[in-house]
Design a binder for this molecule. Structure first.
Ligand code: IMP
Ligand code: MG
Length: 172
């Protein structure tokens, strides 16, 4: 039997995202900022973050696959859906649900940097720094969490639980 325990409640998530939006507004007073969400987990965070910002934003999606059906990374990263637009000369903010080993972001940042954006930063809802294998610079972090497998607010376990309002610890 698997069990769920609320780690970060919906209200707390909402409040923190408003703060991040204000911080991003200060850092990019002009816009547009290209918000690139990594499918599928970051969609919920992207939708709330974009609405927490006053700076004009453009919304794009990129698909990356690094996890199979388990709770640990397979170590392989694949681009499953590319951007539909050029990001050359634009301010780009990669929006991620969680940074874990850093393998996914290391790969993606290399791919995106080659496309010559004006600036390239990362916003993540969650950060699990204990598990980092590759150093990645993350500019905007919602919450630092301990090394536990979490689901909800976009995060899944084998495609389940994404639509939970809270971030929950899943234990089996
Ligand atoms: P990384 O390449 O190890 O940093 O993995 C990042 C990706 O792994 C995230 O975008 C998630 O899709 C997935 N992931 C890492 N930790 C968790 C977790 O605790 N719950 C659900 N997905 C996770
Ligand atoms: Mg992901």
């Amino acid at each position: 039997m698997s069990s769920l325990r609320v780690l970060i409640g919906a209200d707390q998530i909402h409040t923190r995202i408003q703060e991040l939006g204000a911080e991003i507004d200060r850092d990019y007073p002009q816009g547009p900022v290209y918000l690139i969400a990594i499918l599928k987990g970051a969609c919920f965070f992207l939708a709330d973050l974009a609405r927490a910002m006053k700076t004009p934003a453009r919304i794009e999606f990129i698909g990356i696959s690094s996890y199979g059906k388990g709770q640990t990374s397979s170590g392989e990263v694949r681009l499953t859906k590319d951007l539909d637009v050029s990001i050359e000369g634009h301010d780009v903010l990669v929006v991620e649900d969680i940074v874990d080993t850093g393998v996914t972001l290391t790969y993606l940042m290399k791919v995106l940097a080659q496309r010559k954006p004006k600036s390239l930063r990362v916003a993540t809802l969650l950060d699990k720094p204990e598990r980092r294998q590759r150093p990645v610079e993350v500019h905007y972090v919602g919450f630092r969490i301990p090394d536990q497998f979490v689901v909800g607010f976009g995060l899944d376990y084998a495609e389940d639980y994404r639509n939970l309002k809270d971030v929950c610890v899943l234990s089996e």
